[in-house]
Write a new protein. Sequence first.
Length: 254
Amino acid sequence: MTRIQRIRLLIAVTAAGLLLPWLFPRIPQDPGYHAFADTGPGWGIPNFWNVVSNLPFVLAGLAGLRALPGAPGKLPELELHYRIFFLGVLLTGLGSAYYHLNPDNLTLVWDRLPMTVAFVPLFTMVIGEHLDARLADRLLAPLLAAGMGSVGYWYWTETHGFGDLRPYALVQFLPMLLIPLILLLFPSRFDSTRPLWALIGWYALAKLLESFDRQILDLTGVIGGHPLKHVAAAIGTGCIAAALHRRRLRSREA
């Protein structure tokens, strides 16, 4: 398959992903979403495990930001993308902890906003490392605006009685569909893509843990699936921080 054919395939999958949600009815927020399995307090903190399990996000974000200056495993032209990604991860930890102190739709805004700030630059980083750094730069600002706008749109529709999660779902799930496709179709400028595959794997595990929140609490008797979801997702982002030290540009790029 030629590069042009691979680009056309990527464009076709992207277009299909953008159009598919609009073939279905709007998706309101499930009120039961806020009813997590583990609501036990600890050390005076309500919903203790769901709150404190966000600490790994903060640590992973700080580790990435600290590793960036002089890191051999980055493209200098994508410095802003890496920095916003790790900042988004850090803020995700703070926003999610705030949400879990008192879960409702309003506090959920402050959980979802920083997540979009992390998802978007992750996607543009992959574009920059595998396709074109200039394209990544052109996409960063509009995609960030679209991501944050999707959260604002969802909350506005919820408060007006016709909640619609479809734009936010696109921001969260379409990049996680396109990233592995890009990894398979286009070579990286680095000597390894294992950190990105590890991130994808940990993200998939996180979604699985989230889906079996109650069952995992019943099984362990100590902690639910949702706190473990936070830890798994943070480990995935930590793989990207570690990659800044471990991977190297291919010899032709050095």
